[in-house]
Design a protein around this ligand. Sequence first.
Ligand code: ADP
Length: 218
Amino acid sequence: MKRIFTVIGLGRFGFYVAKTLAELGAEVIAVDVDENKVKQISEIVTHAYVADALDEKALEEAGVFNADTAIVSIGQNVEASIFVVVILKEKGVKEIVAKAINQLHGKVLERLGVARVVYPEMETAIKLAHSLLLKGLIEEIPFAPGYSIFEIKTPENFHGKSLKELDLRKRYDITVLAVKKPDGKIVVNPSGDYVLDKEDTLLVLGNKEKMVEFVENE
Ligand code: ADP
């Protein structure tokens, strides 16, 4: 059985979540109170309905409660965002992801049992700032407060040096988890004797501030 998603609120964020899920083959029920938004997505997703998130009956008719995962992407209308999360919970929708416009909104959503609260603008802004500061950064996965896993190109000064020689753990509190060779081969948990090649891509775990320091110093 295909997983069913519902996206409630087709603003800048919700629209692209619904579009991407549908393009990757998922079944998507998209809902918005704005007829134009619904029209725009109707050709892309499985079902698209004009419905107010404050109208339980309309949501029922749209089949929203049959979803395995609901993405609540109503931002500015906080009241509607909270109300629909409460109904989705009551109706037993297993997984709820919701967008928050500020910390208070996010806290309320968490208290209501939302599995994952996203802050799209803040998250994108932080990622952008990191990518501007961290030359060679390919991908960042936030791991714990202050810490991330970074996929990064080998800094120039490291070419031809062994991990033991670089002593990254002591100098920068950075752990190299894996190295990807240009041919796609992966060296997991490389030993101290591993010598970095200029074409290597590194997967490292580290503190963000230390990471910036490390890239700037090298
Ligand atoms: P974004 O920043 O992602 O554009 P917005 O909060 O501005 O987020 O827009 C969210 C979307 O949610 C809009 O398309 C809006 O029409 C829709 N929306 C707002 N209130 C309701 C509601 N009560 N029911 C359904 N959709 C709503």
